[in-house]
Design a protein around this ligand. Structure first.
Ligand code: NAD
Ligand code: UDP
Length: 339
């Protein structure tokens, strides 16, 4: 009987790139997604790029019966759990919706996994669980805190999964703490396709460059950073996808739970990103300096050595790769998957 890896939220930005990476590595992949923030077109393109079939199921992780049906029909060896809502601002307006979708959804997923004795789980956590870290680069042992319901939901899920492993030590769980995913597959066929006005820097820059938005607002230039603008650890989504493959391999051999940073270890400022984008792609990115965005921190980048030691993984892509691949996707698909 064929073994499958189940990707919840497999049609999303990181899920679709990971699906491509996994099918190319020989895994059979099932995506389970309610398309609340994605399009079925993404995985059709993954199939075209890879020449491999992906089983796509429309469903919600809060729907225990729908998940049970999937686990009954297919032999699933591991789950990579991307499904979740991720907009910080929206989460402060709709906290119950975020806790229900992210936290309750994860509990339901784990309950079904447990019922079918599937105990290998890769969870999409986030550097947001470090809150405003006292020290950079940030180690996995750094204190955790959160300042908004999105961050709280990630932190709560980490705590729930830790308790689960305490109670049932035969689980194998990786909490992958992503820093700032950017970029796209080098084909330009799949990429990040945000709904409405982008919250994140890179999609905003690329929508300005393509003429969909007039100018970028740089949120503050008075932070204690080299040029005064916020510093983040941008990681190419193809490197990030590979991190999931390595985590699945690791979980084959190890029980217990590990939190692992996935980042480059290098911080770039907002202006570094704007300059790299316009220089590499020879395209203008008009911007103005505006007020700080409430809740933003000055600087956040990873100490990435645990991923190297444990998973044998480190990033390969450069800043130029990130901005070039973002632009290829954006310029070829100015309206995302609706183009
Ligand atoms: P995304 O919105 O593109 O993908 C999430 C996918 O999950 C979407 O396809 C969405 O339709 C689906 N989904 C949401 N709720 C669902 C539900 N209840 N049932 C089934 N499917 C559901 O986001 P992404 O950028 O690919 O992020 C993937 C994961 O990584 C998320 O959990 C996110 O919080 C986490 N993460 C993302 C970032 C980032 O900056 N992109 C950073 C850190 C962590
Ligand atoms: N940022 C900005 N203008 C924007 C969006 C983001 O100046 O339109 C800045 C933001 O203040 C932060 C950095 O870009 O310093 C990365 O922001 P993003 O929302 O992408 O990631 P996060 O803050 O969640 O790490």
């Amino acid at each position: 009987m064929n073994q499958y890896v189940l990707l919840t939220g497999g049609a999303g930005y990181i899920g679709s790139h990971t699906a491509l990476c996994l099918v190319r590595a020989g895994y059979n992949v099932i995506s389970f997604d309610n398309y609340s923030n994605s399009s079925p077109e993404a995985l059709k393109r993954v199939e075209q790029l890879s020449g491999k079939k992906i089983i796509t199921i429309t469903g919600d992780i809060r729907d225990q019966a729908a998940l049970t049906a999937v686990f009954s029909q297919y032999s699933i060896s591991a789950v990579v759990h991307f499904a979740g809502l991720k907009a910080v601002g929206e989460s402060t307006e709709l906290p119950l919706h975020y806790y229900d979708n992210n936290v309750a959804g994860t509990v339901t997923l784990c309950r079904v996994m447990r019922h079918f004795n599937v105990k290998k789980l890769v969870f999409s956590s986030s550097a947001t669980v470090y809150g405003d870290a006292k020290e950079v680069p940030i180690k996995e042992t750094s204190a955790r805190s959160a300042t908004n319901p999105y961050g709280q939901s990630k932190l709560m899920i980490e705590l729930i999964l830790e308790d689960l492993v305490k109670a049932e030590p035969d689980w194998s769980i990786a909490l992958l703490r992503y820093f700032n995913p950017v970029g796209a597959d080098s084909s330009g066929q799949i990429g990040e396709d945000p709904n409405g006005i982008p919250n994140n820097l890179m999609p905003f820059i690329s929508q300005v460059a393509v003429g969909k938005r007039e100018q970028l607002s740089v949120f503050g230039n008075d932070y204690p950073t080299p040029d005064g603008t916020g510093v983040r650890d941008y990681i190419h989504v193809v490197d990030l996808a590979l991190g999931h493959l390595k985590a699945l391999e690791y979980l084959e051999q190890h029980k217990g739970i590990e939190a692992i940073n996935l980042g480059t270890g290098v911080g770039y400022s907002v202006l570094d990103m704007v300059n790299a984008f316009s220089t590499t792609n020879q395209v203008a990115v008009p911007y103005k300096i505006s007020a700080r965005r409430p809740g933003d921190i000055a600087s956040c980048y990873a100490e990435p050595s645990k991923a190297k030691t444990l998973l044998g993984w480190q990033t390969e892509k450069t800043l130029e790769d990130m901005v070039r691949d973002t632009w290829r996707w954006q310029s070829q698909n100015p309206n995302g998957y609706q183009s």
